[in-house]
Design a protein around this ligand. Structure first.
Ligand code: SF4
Length: 366
C-alpha cells in the first residue's frame, strides 16, 4: 500500500457517465450532472476526464477509516449494535459551510492510502466488523468504488451502509441496489430552500426526494432520515413540519427520523450549539405529524435517544449516546408489554458489550 497525493495515477475509469456535446462528458453519479471537458474535473474534485473518459480518481484511495457503532451513522433500526468498518475518500458534491469533515470533503485533492476492494473487505473482517459504511464524505461521488467493495463485502456476509445527502441520480440508485443494505439520508436545515442555497450550495432539495422515492420503489434498501437542525438559520419549525409530512406520506410513519444537534465548525463558528429545546420542538412536530420513531441525536443521555413503543408508549430500547443500555424487545422484536411489532430489523449481536465498537484502523502494508 502506498500513500498517494494528487493525480499521479488516474484511479479507475468511472462507469456513471455519458458522452455530451462538444467532446465533454456528463457525469451521472450525482444530481449536479456536471458536464466536464478534457483535463477538467467536476465540482466534487475527484471525477475528471482523461483522454475522453471519465475517471474516478479516488478509486482505491481511502483517506479515513475507523470502526464505529452503527448507531453513530445514525442508524438505529437496522442491525442494532453492529460494528461498522467506516471509510471515506476525499471530495464532496456539496459545499456545506458547517461541515465537520471539511478537511477531507472540501479540500478537492486526491489523497489517501491505496487499497483494493478486496483489502478493504479483508481488513473489515479482521477487525470483527459486521459491515462497511461509506461515510464522512458523500459516497455517491465514489459510487463505483463503493459498489466494487460492497459486492465483495456482501458475498462475505457483511452489510453495506451509506451515510449520504441523497443527492443522487436514477443511475446511482440502480448501482446502489446491487450492494447497499441501508442508508441514512441526511437533510440539513429542515430542507428549507434558502438554507440549502446559502449554506449547502444546491438550488433545491428535489433530487433528494426523487432519490428517496426511487429507493423505495426500486430497491430493498432500509432508509432512515436525518435532519441537522442549525440554530438561527436552519431551525424553522414549519419547514420541519413540511419535511416530516413528506416523509410520513411517501415513506411511511415507521421511517426513523433523527434530529441532530449542530455544533460550530468550519465556516460557521459564529453560531451556538443547537439548543436542546429547539430539538425537542422538532421532536414534537414529528410526533404530531404521526411519525412512530423520532429521535434526538448528539445529546447523550437525552430520553429521546431511546425507542418507545408506538402501541403503549413503553421504552423498548434504552440508549445512551451510541450505546444500547437495555434491549427489552422479545425475540421477534415485539414490545414486551403490549406485543406491538417494533420496526427494527435485527437485534444486538451475541457478544454485544464485550468488544470495543470504536477502534482506530491500522492498515497492513503488503
Ligand atoms: S459526482 Fe462530482 S463530477 Fe459527478 S455530477 Fe456530482 S459533483 Fe459533478
Amino acid at each position: 500500500m502506498a500513500w498517494t497525493e494528487q493525480r499521479e495515477v488516474p484511479g479507475a475509469p468511472a462507469r456513471l457517465w455519458t458522452p455530451a456535446k462538444g467532446g465533454r462528458v456528463k457525469c451521472t453519479a450525482c444530481a449536479r450532472y456536471c458536464q466536464i471537458g478534457e483535463g477538467q474535473v467536476g465540482l466534487c474534485g475527484i471525477r475528471g476526464v482523461v483522454n475522453g473518459t471519465l475517471y474516478l480518481f479516488v478509486y482505491g484511495r481511502v483517506i479515513a477509516s475507523h470502526v464505529d457503532p452503527i448507531e453513530k451513522k445514525p442508524v438505529t433500526h437496522f442491525m442494532p449494535g453492529a460494528k461498522i468498518f467506516s471509510i471515506a475518500t476525499t471530495g464532496c458534491n456539496w459545499l456545506c459551510a458547517y461541515c465537520q469533515n471539511f478537511d477531507i470533503s472540501q479540500r478537492r485533492k486526491v489523497e489517501g492510502i491505496e487499497v483494493t476492494p478486496e483489502e478493504i473487505v479483508e481488513t473489515a473482517i479482521r477487525y470483527g466488523s459486521h459491515g462497511i459504511a461509506y461515510t464522512y464524505n458523500e459516497p455517491t461521488i465514489f459510487m463505483e468504488f463503493a459498489h466494487d467493495v460492497g459486492v465483495i463485502a456482501r458475498r462475505r456476509g457483511l452489510i453495506n451502509v451509506f451515510v449520504t445527502n441523497g443527492y443522487w441520480t436514477p443511475e446511482s440508485v440502480s448501482m446502489a441496489s446491487e450492494f447497499l443494505d441501508a442508508a441514512t439520508v441526511d437533510f440539513k436545515g429542515n430542507a428549507e430552500v434558502n438554507f440549502l442555497r446559502r449554506y449547502v450550495g444546491i438550488p433545491d432539495p428535489e433530487p433528494i426526494f426523487q432519490t428517496l422515492l426511487e429507493i423505495k420503489e426500486r430497491t430493498t434498501i432500509h432508509v432512515e432520515i436525518t435532519d441537522l437542525v442549525v440554530p438561527e438559520v436552519g431551525d424553522d419549525l414549519e419547514a420541519a413540519r413540511r419535511l416530516v409530512r413528506w416523509v410520513h406520506d411517501n415513506l411511511g410513519p415507521d421511517t426513523p427520523i433523527h434530529f441532530l444537534r449542530f455544533h460550530p465548525d468550519y465556516k460557521m463558528m459564529n453560531l451556538p450549539w443547537t439548543p436542546v429545546e429547539t430539538l425537542e420542538r422538532h421532536w414534537r412536530v414529528a410526533k404530531e405529524e404521526g411519525m412512530n420513531y423520532v429521535y434526538i441525536g448528539n445529546v447523550p443521555g437525552h430520553p429521546y435517544e431511546s425507542t418507545y413503543c408506538p402501541g403503549c408508549g413503553e421504552m423498548v430500547v434504552e440508549r445512551y449516546g451510541f450505546d444500547i443500555v437495555d434491549w427489552r424487545l422479545t425475540k421477534d422484536n415485539r414490545c414486551p408489554s403490549c406485543g406491538y411489532k417494533i420496526a427494527i430489523v435485527g437485534s444486538p449481536p451475541p457478544d454485544y458489550g464485550r468488544s470495543k465498537r470504536f477502534v482506530p484502523v491500522f492498515w497492513r502494508k503488503s
